[in-house]
Design a protein around this ligand. Sequence first.
Ligand code: ADP
Ligand code: MG
Length: 330
Amino acid sequence: MKDERDTPLVFSLSLVLLKMPLSEFTVIQRFFTRQRITHSTTRLGIGDDCALLSIPQGFELAITTDTMVENVHFFAGADPELLGHKLLAVNLSDLAAMGAQPVSVTLALTLPKIDDNWLTAFSQGFFRLAERYSVDLIGGDTTSGPLTLTVQALGLVPKGRALLRSSAKPGDFIYMTGALGDAGLGLKIKQGYACADPDAALTRFNRPDPQVEAGLALNGIATACIDLSDGLAGDLAHILEQSQVGACLDWDVLPLSNAVLSYITDTGDWSMPLTAGDDYELCFTVSPEQAGKLTIAATKIGVIESQPGLRLRKSGIIQPLEVKGFEHFS
Ligand code: ADP
Ligand code: MG
């Protein structure tokens, strides 16, 4: 005779299984494995111990990593869709600053718990941007712990043509794409600053656009390039140090939106656009001879000089600019 306890036992077991949290393998399978491999360099994607890439002849691999930590890079409870976008965007921005074509990325996730809704929104934000640039997610790691998001991005650049920080020359013009300080204003708004028209600034802070096409167009034209992640003054200082040059920026021509201009009028805080981070525009230098070859929209904001240090020409007066970008551990 059939044991009467069989049925309830099976029933309760399946209940337990249903209630069991998803494992890391289910997370990878459900949220991060896409069947379609889009880039020709991807020989093997997610599923083995390593991914495999084939590097076409005449190219070098550009590799970068950026991490975002809860309560350091973003507020607790931040919109996961925006986090997925921004995490990838900041990495693609580094590739753009080297003049590299993005090809693939790896993703390391440390999650406090497996939250279906969070993972759905995060992966949507992530893949929407990945698909825009035909970037394959080829691997990663999934662990439990305080919310920490890391991407490693891989790109291709023609051999010897990467846009370095170390090759700006005195006399080069300094340019930047887009506008300055809107993301910084977005952060101020999140921290409570009342702005008449907050939407554009908030979008710039929440959803930065990596300047991939601009970076590629600068290949062979720019002498040096950096992406604006920590603030123009601090980021440009990296070019100046590594190129062993100085620079003078011209306040009157800085590309400032009306919202940023009214913030400055309101608060008197004119240095905000020079020091605030997260704009993810490109700042680059071009020799006067090559400047006519520029094909992208960019504003000339200053000039490289042989005298070390960074200066600002404001109201006809040249003053030293010794502002620093954000630094961890300081
Ligand atoms: P291993 O233990 O060999 O490191 P894992 O179990 O960590 O392998 O991962 C299995 C596969 O899933 C690997 O190919 C790995 O690259 C991939 N992977 C793990 N986590 C992620 C993730 N968050 N996104 C994309 N791929 C991932
Ligand atoms: Mg692993």
